[in-house]
Write a protein that binds this ligand. Sequence first.
Ligand code: 6CS
Length: 317
Amino acid sequence: EIWRFGLEEIEGSVQHEYGTRFSELISQRTDGAVEVRLFPYGQLGGLTDIYDQVQSGAIELAFGSGFLGGTVPESQLFSLNFVLTEDEKRNAELLNDPEFRKHDALVGAFNERDLHPLAIVPEGWQVWTANKEIRTPQDFDGVAIRTMDNRLLRETYSAYGADPTTMEYGEVFSGLQLGQIDANIQPVFAHEEMDFYQVQDYMIFANQAQFIATFMANQDWYEGLSDERKQLIDDVVTEMVPHIHEVQTRLNSERLNTITENSDIQIIELTEEERAAFRERSLPVRDTFVEMVGDRGQTLMQYLLDKVGDQGSNSAA
Ligand code: 6CS
């Protein structure tokens, strides 16, 4: 039995580490009866090709992140800025608490598109790079920043004062190099492994959001699994929450070292006051999110805001 698993990232990435570990655990616990076969980014076409293939059942499993907004609009929840806490581990636990992960609104949103969500995987802070210093929304004026393809991200970066533009992941390096775009948003490991940092001058930590992907299955395939297999997947994804948190924090910090050793990129960390200016501009985008996706999205966003409560970014400013 083969389970095909489409990744949005290349070998060595957080998603690849996740897939590798998932595959080992599934193989061990089925005594080799199940082989999970990984398809790193590029092998199945572009990002939306991966989602099309898991929706149609051509592959059983896949990751979906920013570009998934076109397929499952509610998943743009994971693109919202300043909603979760500044504690990455806590966010990972919150998102994978069965109360959220198995929430009717989340499962319903994916099921409506022939998908089933299995786990929510934060991959590190979304870090900006640019060819100029960015500390304020005014600094973003006239900056063409590449975002993943969803309206929520475009609205967010417009609110920040930038000119958002969408581009396929595999085209970002040449886009930056040719000057079609001036700025980019990625977790640190991706800035490194895709060589983006080599064509950017500044790296800006605003801790405005984590990069969050959903590990998902084809719905018919998932529903056709035996209870035993479903339980196995549930056990494995649950065990992997602390594991992948450890992996992503280690990868991101190692890759930051690589970046600073191999380039003279300037690292900027925004102060609380500087962050607050962006946070304030992000708040109306929550309403846009609800207008765009309706009740299920609102329920899920409100669930997270309630859980985060006073300790969250929600009330930090
Ligand atoms: O920016 C992107 O399009 C991609 N970046 C990462 C780190 N993962 C997948 C995503 O599609």
